[in-house]
Write a new protein. Structure first.
Lengths: 135, 257
């Protein structure tokens, strides 16, 4: 039986690691790259365990590609200023994300720039969960 | 007339077997007031509360121990997962396809867990897909293996050893059930958890010993710590078809299924 070295096994487990919030593996995401696209929001969903953002992005053929961005849950997003009404269908936005390695349009959401110039990130894990909320 | 007698008898047998899944026929359920009211020694602790991983050596996730040895069949799966990973592909991500995580994954993820302790049982709800776990404390034995129904969380039976709660869990499904990605468990998976409360009631330690002779050699052990989080409730989190339709990482053609 082939034995894997300790180093190899730890690397494998580390590579298989997913974002803390995720319900699925994100092994196909290239976290070393960030891609930015501009287009029109088709759908924004405010939901657990992931929010999502679908954007119609013009392509070189004169049509549009649908880019799907997988987002943190609302509990994370609100810590970066998001509300359920921050983005709605028809809004023109600029979105940055870590892309899929296989070239499919979309990725893990990093940030958005709204039509009014405001930029919002992906949020962060709720912290100070053993403390009362600040007043 | 004979058929009329036989039919109710078959129904009675079927109902009796169902009752025997987690308790002896005629035994009180864990939530029966008469069972809750039975005199019992004082438990070692009360873990009722919301808990979140924190302070564990090596983080909250499981990792195989140094020098681990898989069975030949399990090694093939592990190597396939490694190859897929190297190619940037997702490998058999069953949780992403809405299969339950099951034990022990539900105890090795960062989502908070609501735990409710009664004299007869502990009920846990893990925010990860709101998975429920039961630990029976009312003295019942494990179900007869000939009638036990395998499940993702298995059958957990606990007993107190002074201030330590010892939980024995077996009867797991082998399909779509993983110890972690790349390590698929079998129906021989067996977990023993020794649970202690420390730090003045603010920390729970789960020392887990896992064996699965169809998957790996020997026993694997790990200890994970949970911290009490008094200012957070768990949310409703479901794996739904429309969620995955919008998650390319769950339905990409590049995934290995």
């Amino acid at each position: 039986m082939k034995r894997l070295s300790i180093g190899t096994s730890l690397i494998l487990v580390a590579c298989m690691a997913v974002p803390a919030f995720a319900h699925h593996s994100a092994a196909g995401i290239d976290r070393n790259k960030t891609t930015t696209v501009e287009g029109v929001v088709k759908e924004f969903k405010w939901a657990n365990p992931h929010s999502w953002l679908d954007v119609a992005v013009p392509n070189a053929k004169g049509g549009t590609d649908l880019w799907s961005f997988e987002m943190n849950p609302p509990a994370y997003l609100v810590r970066n200023g998001w509300k359920s009404s921050t983005v709605k269908a028809g809004d023109r936005i600029k979105v940055s994300g870590h892309p899929f390695m296989n070239g499919e349009p979309g990725g893990i959401f990093v940030s958005v720039t709204l039509s009014n110039g405001q930029t919002l990130g992906a949020g962060a894990a709720p912290s100070n969960v053993n403390q009362p909320a600040a007043k | 007339m004979k058929r009329l007698i036989l039919f109710p008898a078959l129904i009675l047998i079927a109902v009796t077997n169902l009752q025997a899944q987690f308790q002896q026929p005629g035994a009180l359920g864990a939530l029966a007031p008469a069972n809750l009211a039975k005199p019992r020694p004082k438990p070692g602790f009360d873990l009722t509360g919301t808990w979140l991983h924190g302070g564990s050596e090596g983080g909250f996730r499981f990792a195989p121990p140094p020098g681990f040895k898989l069975t030949p069949q399990a090694q093939v799966i592990y190597d396939e997962a490694k190859k897929a990973q190297g190619e940037g592909k997702v490998y058999h991500d069953d949780i992403g396809q809405c299969w339950p995580s099951g034990l022990p994954i539900l105890m090795t993820r960062v989502w908070p867990i609501a735990m409710i302790q009664l004299p007869t049982a502990i009920y846990m709800i893990q925010e990860l897909m709101n998975t429920m776990r039961f630990i029976y404390l009312d003295g019942r034995p494990h179900t007869d293996p000939d009638i036990a129904v395998p499940s993702f969380n298995g059958e957990s039976i606990g007993h107190w050893e002074n201030d330590t709660l010892v939980v024995d869990t077996k009867y797991f499904v082998p399909e779509h059930h993983w110890l972690d990605q790349g390590i698929q468990t079998s129906d021989a998976l067996h977990l023993v958890e020794r649970i202690r409360m420390t730090n003045g009631g603010k920390t729970l330690e789960f020392e887990t010993t896992a064996s699965d002779p169809k998957t790996w050699e020997g026993e694997w052990k790990w200890t994970k710590k949970f911290q009490r989080v008094d200012y957070r409730d768990i949310a409703e989190v479901e794996c739904l078809p429309d969620l995955n339709e919008h998650m390319p990482s769950t339905h990409s053609n590049a995934n290995v299924r």
